[in-house]
Design a protein around this ligand. Structure first.
Ligand SMILES: Nc1ncnc2c1ncn2[C@@H]1O[C@H](COP(=O)(O)OP(=O)(O)OP(=O)(O)O)[C@@H](O)[C@H]1O
Ligand SMILES: [Mg+2]
Length: 270
């Protein structure tokens, strides 16, 4: 019998406020709705993902920080959320982990090791989604090193693409030094205002300039997203039939199909 595969996806863009965290929470909930088991990992010391899923980081005693720097078994830190996904939570202490890790040998591999430990402890997930902080520091590089693929949320506005080249340079370095198999699955347009031709032009420019796939459909800009984190649930629960929730469900289906193509390609080459 074939063993079930895990697909580990980093959601990364060093630009702040492009909906990385919103995408991780919403895609995670959408994949759970489809019957997949999902682990989401908060790799941002701001702990917005943890907070947005109804967990107050101030009440969290052990977190990803203890796992990354003190060797705490990750299975002891896993938290179940009301959205049906499992969370590896963060707290502000993670800011210190970044500094602690800087002097550690093999620091890029630290997250991959944590995910391997979870698998060894019998915790299997169909999907692991990594919510990266808005920087290209140790935590983002460790996420790219642990990932099978990266998805780049991008707000379609002028100059939004300026950081993309730098992110792709980092991906290139990661492929060269720590994770040869890392795939770039593409750009996810977020906070998209389809009424403006400008947003469409930006998207076309980015996909042509960097030769990147653009995930369909774009995630529309809607106020519903601002309301969800305060409720401690993703938009899929707080606004089930909104355009935003529907778009993230379609993106989740796109990801499942994409993972299927990847698995099929691996099957034919092995
Ligand atoms: N489609 C959307 N429509 C309207 N608002 C949105 C949408 N997606 C996200 N937002 C809002 O935009 C803000 C930034 O989103 P989010 O925190 O997910 O971005 P981020 O990339 O994770 O930010 P950071 O870089 O700080 O980690 C939040 O207030 C969020 O509620
Ligand atoms: Mg974030």
């Amino acid at each position: 019998m074939a063993t079930a595969r895990t697909t580990t996806l980093a959601i990364a863009n060093q630009k702040g406020g492009v909906a990385k965290t919103t995408s991780v929470a919403s895609i995670g909930a959408a994949l759970a709705e489809l019957g997949h088991t999902v682990l989401i990992v908060d790799l941002d010391p701001q702990a917005c993902l943890t907070f947005s899923l109804g967990i107050d980081p101030e009440d969290v005693e052990t977190s990803i920080h203890h796992v990354l720097t003190r060797g705490l078994p990750p299975a002891e830190v896993l938290t179940e959320t009301d959205d049906g996904v499992t969370l590896l939570p963060a707290t502000i202490e993670l800011a210190r982990a970044e500094a602690d890790l800087l002097t550690r040998t093999g620091r890029e591999q630290v997250l991959r090791g944590v995910l391997d430990d979870l698998a060894d402890a019998g915790r299997h997930f169909d999907w692991v989604l990594l919510d990266c902080p808005p920087s290209l520091g140790v935590l983002t590089v460790s996420a790219l090193t642990a990932a099978d693929a990266v998805l780049i949320p991008l707000q379609c506005e002028t100059l939004s693409h300026r950081g993309v080249g730098q992110l792709l340079d980092t991906v290139h370095d990661v492929r060269r030094f720590t994770n040869r198999g890392l795939e770039v699955w593409g750009v996810l347009p977020t906070l998209y205002d389809g009424r403006t031709t400008h947003a469409r032009t930006v998207l076309e420019t980015i996909s042509a300039t960097y030769d990147l796939d653009v995930v369909e459909p774009p995630i529309p800009k809607t106020i519903k997203f601002a309301e969800a984190p305060a409720a401690g649930r993703s938009i899929l629960a707080t606004s089930r039939s909104s355009k935003g929730a529907k778009a993230y469900r379609e993106v989740a289906q796109w990801l499942v199909a994409r993972a299927g193509r990847r698995a099929a390609a691996a099957g034919t080459t092995s």
